[in-house]
Design a protein around this ligand. Sequence first.
Ligand SMILES: [Mg+2]
Ligand SMILES: [Zn+2]
Length: 259
Amino acid sequence: MAQVRKQLVIYDFDWSMADQDTDRWIFEVNDIALRRRMKDNPDNMQWTDLVAQCCEKLHAAGGTREDIENALRVMPFHPAMIRAIKKLKSDSVPNTTLLCLSNANQVFIDTILEHRGLRDAFDEIITNPATWRSDGLLQVRRRIDPSGRQHSCQVGCSPNMCKGEELEAYLNRKGSDGFYDRMVYVGDGKNDFCPILRLREQDVVLARVGRGLEERIKEEGAASGLKARVIYWGGAWEVEELFPKLGQAEGREWLADDM
Ligand SMILES: [Mg+2]
Ligand SMILES: [Zn+2]
């Protein structure tokens, strides 16, 4: 394998970079009736719209901006993942660009990354827009506005965003700077399957075991033409351990048990 001089590391956020799911967590911490609503989804709403609706209900019941920010700051985030990201950023070989590609929202991710001292490590955060209204309501919107042109994904991404199209658009925006010797995708969910189909043979998927991405890789990976090498991991410490070893693991699928 030729030396990897330049790499792009793409991080999903919930249950990949962070050890929890922001959308559910803030309601688990602040209002379990709303957490129940997120689980039961009685009006059968699109997920991002449901988060927005529950934020409105939390605000109406007296929940404050501080309540949400405090919940985000105590959300589980493994020290090994913080170390891994800081090391990627400080090493000069390979030179690493970090991208966060997430179905959470800008406020959740910014708040946590700033708290963890990681915000500057990321070149871009591609996610759903969110802003604080002056009275403390968190307003969350879909990245793809429901009233405009919709994405054309056939792989099963949610209407709010196609992660595969977003990854391609990012690489196109970078122009000739967007050529990386290697791309590494750290993900766990069903909606991480679409972007990993855009990866090449020299690229790597670090897929968390026991979640939707593993299931889709095993059921649909071969038939969908997945080219990238897949390495499974369970805990963040394994991701920290894996990054410096990626160059040595050519041409086979590793399981977390091999570590
Ligand atoms: Mg996830
Ligand atoms: Zn898609």
